[in-house]
Design a protein around this ligand. Structure first.
Ligand code: ACO
Length: 452
């Protein structure tokens, strides 16, 4: 068994979106804070008739249907999510409704903030290496989250979505070794029990940015060290067609790319190349909060940002932070846009990924895109459709967005049995399109879904 990775992909994001520049006016912050300062355009959100189960059901159903996957060909199904709607029952068990003739499917949910999806992917990849030869069956990974924050500076960094990935041997996008991990006990963002009367996390935004960047630098160092030690191979950003990073908001990713480029420059300096880089003293410790230094680093890495990262952040800019799906939304954009962006057809297409989950656990790993793999065509088609659908969403006002988050709060606190308020129409059409929705919660708090 070799070349295990992604051979089919599906993406669902909610149709409701709020414009970030309108939100700036509504929140009374300076014009440009969310759009230029954080780099965001729009934020998708769900009414009370969608939850992570319904999002995951939609993404998984589309994967099975769009690629005509036989449910019996699946031996492992792992879900990554941090949006807890049940302290015991996993989202995976809900998804089993889509596999009525196959109960022999390994896996359950994996949780650690935005990182759970990547650990779910690692489990699925490893499951294929361990079991495929014997069972000849594939795996599915589902990443599903709803990111919403209480009123305040973090609220504009929400989002929602679900992605499903089919994992097989000889895949169009196959993952390589090594994986570089950075895990540390941090309290940057968490959702403690006792705080469960709300869907919102406790977050220290400034600390979380520092934790993200510490993890990024450590993972890139480890990746370089391991590659050298295990494969006698140096790693540079230039080796990659795309550099994709977990994206809470795009400005952080731009600064992060600048720090990765600085790491390359530092290594070249150590190797004897003493060309000046952005006027930086390589021995100085650099903080992501140091505006002046970050501005020169961002400028120095402009070409890498423009060609390897920024084009593929189109979903992240327009949907917002989806938590677990945020990283792989960039892979979908890459597939949909690569014929426009990838001019160098001779170079192998290597992709670099960095995943970060507060708390915190993070990983860096690479993949190779196999241009000759027939599965690519279908994935590109689905990716292009996802890109087109961005413009077909329903734009709601910041007031409607705020009202809908309050509707979610009322629904959360209402006693069961209950039906979502958004189902009993109130002027706006909140019914999701070609998607599952939450139909009712019964007196025993069991959730029931229907699809449109
Ligand atoms: N025009 C242009 N830019 C502006 C304007 C304006 N009018 N006003 C502010 N800005 C810039 C700021 O200069 C700053 O950019 P800089 O740091 O590059 O200089 C940026 O906009 C943000 O402004 P801040 O004052 O730093 O914003 P604030 O502290 O209010 O909130 C934060 C930002 C901390 C990111 C908040 O939205 C948050 O807590 N988000 C959730 C946490 C998060 O996403 N963390 C990331 C990792 S963890 C995870 O993935 C959940």
């Amino acid at each position: 068994v070799e070349k295990v990775g992604v051979n089919a992909i599906s993406f669902y994001y909610p149709k409701n979106v709020v414009d970030q520049s309108e939100l700036e006016r509504f929140d009374g912050v300076g014009e440009g804070k969310y759009t230029k300062g954080l780099g965001q355009i729009g934020m998708s959100f769900c009414a009370d008739n969608e939850d992570v189960n319904s999002l995951a059901l939609t993404a998984t159903k589309r994967l099975l249907e769009d690629y005509q996957i036989d449910e019996k060909s699946i031996g492992c199904l792992v879900v990554g999510t941090e949006t807890i709607i049940d302290k015991s029952k996993s989202v995976k068990t809900i998804l089993m409704d889509l596999f009525p003739n196959n109960t022999d499917i390994e896996g359950c949910d994996v949780k650690n903030a935005c990182f759970g999806g990547v650990q779910a992917l690692f489990h699925a990849v490893d499951w294929i290496y361990a079991n495929y030869e014997l069972e000849q069956r594939n795996a599915i990974v589902v990443l599903t989250d709803i990111a919403i924050y209480e009123k305040g500076p973090a609220r504009c960094t929400g989002g929602a979505g679900a992605i499903a990935l089919l994992i097989t041997p000889n895949a169009a996008i196959h993952f390589q070794r090594p994986r570089a991990i950075f895990a540390k006990n941090n309290w940057d963002f968490y959702k403690p029990i006792g705080h469960t009367s709300t869907e919102y996390p406790i977050v220290d935004g400034k600390i979380s940015l520092g934790c993200y960047v510490e993890a990024l630098n450590a993972c890139y160092d480890t990746m370089k060290e391991k590659s050298k030690k295990l494969y006698k191979r140096e790693i540079w950003l230039d080796d990659f067609s795309a550099v994709m990073l977990h994206c809470p908001f795009t400005k952080l990713v731009q600064k992060s790319v600048a720090l990765l480029a600085l790491n390359d420059a530092k290594q070249k300096h150590t190797n004897g190349d003493h060309t000046d880089y952005a006027g930086i003293d390589f021995s100085a410790k650099i903080s992501v909060h140091d505006r002046e230094t970050m501005t020169s680093l961002v400028k120095a890495s402009g070409e890498i940002w423009k060609t390897k990262t920024d084009p593929f952040l189109v979903f992240n800019k327009n949907i917002g932070n989806m938590y677990t799906p945020s990283l792989f939304a960039q892979l979908i954009a890459y597939l949909g846009l690569r014929d426009q962006n990838n001019s160098d057809r001779e170079k192998p297409e290597q992709l670099l990924f960095f995943a970060y989950g507060s708390g915190s656990i993070s990983a860096m790993f690479a993949a190779t895109l196999d241009r000759k793999n027939a599965a690519l065509e279908n994935m590109i088609k689905v990716s292009k459709e996802s890109l087109e659908n961005l413009t077909k969403r329903q734009v709601l006002t910041p007031q409607q967005f705020t009202d809908i988050l309050e509707m979610r709060e009322r629904f959360l606190h209402a006693d069961a049995p209950k039906i979502p308020e958004s189902l009993s129409k109130n002027g706006i059409d909140l019914a999701p399109q070609r998607a599952f929705y939450l139909d009712r919660v019964d007196a025993m708090s069991r959730r029931f879904y229907k699809s449109l």
